[in-house]
Write a protein that binds this ligand. Structure first.
Ligand SMILES: [Zn+2]
Length: 103
C-alpha cells in the first residue's frame, strides 16, 4: 500500500509499541482467516506496507505513529492480499475492505 497523502501531525498519545501493532495484525489475521508467513516492521520510504508473493508482510515503522483507524485500514488491506491475491484491488477487494472495516 503506497504512501500518498500522509496524514498531518499526530498527537504523541497515539503512538503504539511494536508489540501492540503486531497484536493488531494477529487479531485481524485470525478474523480474515489468513496466516502470514512472516510479519515484519521496517521503515519504508514509499510504502506503508507490502506483501510478498511468499506471504511475508512488511509494515512501515511509521505506522506506529498513525491513528488506530488508519493502522487498521493498512493491516486489513495487506491481509486481504493474502486472501485474494496480489494486485487485486477490484470490486471484491473493496467490498471486503468495507465489510471488515465497518463492523
Ligand atoms: Zn494493495
Amino acid at each position: 500500500m503506497r504512501k500518498h497523502e500522509q496524514p498531518a501531525w499526530q498527537p504523541l498519545e497515539q503512538t503504539v509499541p511494536a508489540e501492540v501493532f503486531l497484536a493488531e495484525v494477529n487479531y485481524w489475521a485470525r478474523r480474515l482467516e489468513v496466516t502470514p508467513r512472516e510479519v515484519r516492521l521496517q521503515y519504508m520510504k514509499r510504502k506503508w506496507a507490502s506483501c510478498s508473493t511468499r506471504g511475508r508482510l512488511t509494515f512501515c515503522t511509521e505506522l506506529l505513529r498513525q491513528p488506530a483507524a488508519f493502522r487498521r485500514e493498512v493491516i486489513v488491506h495487506e491481509l486481504l492480499h493474502l486472501k485474494l491475491g496480489h494486485g487485486s484491488h477490484g470490486k471484491l477487494f473493496r467490498a471486503l475492505m468495507q465489510a471488515y472495516l465497518n463492523q
